[in-house]
Design a binder for this molecule. Structure first.
Ligand code: GLA
Length: 391
């Protein structure tokens, strides 16, 4: 920017000189001024090849502040997010792998786009208009995160698009009628855009040719310190109620007030402050793995949660149009997954804030509906923003 200003000044001086009839006018005409700096483009590189021989790429989104997000079209997966700490030092704040191979084996949905249905559907079945649909039971008796080959395990088409807000990466996937047991051909797009305020915008759209259910989310695991566990991260969730679960982590259907429970994050509280207290809900999940009922008006874009890491000063603010957020404190991590830099991810190495409709909604008519009909467009937005770090 500064350089092009200097060039423009130089050119203006030369034009003035020409106008004044000085000797300079005899010189070669000046080179045209460089075109104004464009917003950074999205770079892409090969990331690997699937066992079926399909090549996949990794796309790098950068912004004017040097923040960087990498996304692969395998599973619509966020591979890394580099944001500054209070000293301006960039650090990677999501769990994952250094190479593509890691994403093919044994990943607990690190960074993935989850679909057709984020979280659980009880007993892997639901009914629409009197027809019962049977899904894979890939989590005990229940269906989890879209089944055996959910959207996290497929190759998406990818293109970069110029939006009014700047360049975005648009991933596309056509989920065929009957895939993983779900009805209807579902055409899905997920758009990733990194703005100049250090916020990653994820926009999901979907249409169907047959009545179906859909609930898309992103399953990034954050650790704002970039190391250790997340128990000292301070969390605030804008929710007065949550959906308690049974021992299979299926909602009972009750919307329980958080007041007086370890689920009250209405004021900023360390994740680890109450995680070990005697509480049946925490025991069922081995920590937090619960859907919170967001207090904002349904369908509006509003803040769901805010997390700060006192050590690095980094802040994460999650906004969404969704009615719920699954706060998962990485309870199933047990050191067996070896991730970036050879690090064994131990219990609570990261947390997820999965914006969503409530788990098992297809079997709970009182929950906000996840039904999508032909002619309708599913559209949700979630923003992961990294405001100025705390000093
Ligand atoms: C979600 C679920 C958890 C677990 C993780 C992935 O957060 O609610 O129970 O399945 O995904 O391991």
């Amino acid at each position: 920017m500064r350089r092009s200003n200097i060039d423009r000044l130089g050119r203006a001086a030369l034009l003035l000189a020409i106008a004044a009839g000085t000797g300079i006018a005899c010189q070669q005409p000046p080179a045209p001024a460089p075109t104004p700096a464009k917003p950074p483009a999205i770079d892409h590189r090969p990331f690997g090849t699937t066992p079926d021989g399909v090549p996949v790429n990794v796309y790098t989104l950068t912004n004017a502040h040097g923040m960087e997000v990498r996304v692969t079209n395998y599973g619509g997966t966020v591979v890394s997010i580099k944001t500054p700490d209070r000293h301006g030092q960039l650090g990677d704040v999501v769990l994952g792998f250094d190479t593509f191979d890691g994403y093919l084996h044994n990943t607990p949905y690190f960074g993935a786009t989850v679909g057709r249905y984020g979280n659980r559907i009880a007993k892997g079945r639901f009914a629409l208009d009197g027809v019962t649909y049977k899904l894979a039971q890939n989590d005990g008796d229940n269906h989890l995160h879209g089944g055996l080959r959910g959207f996290d395990k497929v190759v998406w088409t990818a293109k970069t698009v110029d939006t009014v807000d700047g360049p975005a990466l648009e991933l596309g996937y056509l989920s065929k009628d009957g895939e993983e047991g779900y009805p209807g051909n579902l055409a899905v797009t997920v758009r990733f855009h990194l703005d100049d305020h250090n916020a990653l915008h994820i926009d999901y759209t979907a249409t169907t040719d047959k009545k179906t259910v859909v609930n898309l989310t992103n399953h990034s695991y954050f650790n704002l310190a970039g190391a250790g566990d997340i128990l000292s991260h301070v969390l605030e969730i804008e929710a007065d109620r949550f959906t308690p679960v049974d021992k299979g982590l299926i909602p009972t259907g009750v919307l329980q007030p958080v007041a007086g429970t370890p689920f009250d994050f209405r004021t900023p509280t360390a994740i680890g402050a109450r995680i070990d207290v005697k509480n049946q809900q925490l025991q069922y999940a081995g920590g937090y793995d619960h859907n919170f009922v967001l207090s904002k008006a349904p369908g509006t874009l509003g803040v769901a949660a805010r997390v700060t890491d006192p050590a690095s000063g980094r802040v994460l603010e999650v906004s969404t149009t969704e009615p719920g957020v699954q706060f998962y404190s990485g309870n199933f991590l047990d050191g067996t997954v070896i991730g970036k830099g050879g690090r064994a991810y131990q219990k609570h190495a990261g947390f997820a804030l999965e914006t969503q409709h409530f788990p098992d909604s297809p079997n709970h008519p009182a929950f906000p509906s996840t039904v999508l009909e032909p002619g309708q467009t599913y559209h949700t937005t979630t923003i992961y923003a990294f405001p100025t770090p705390q000093s």
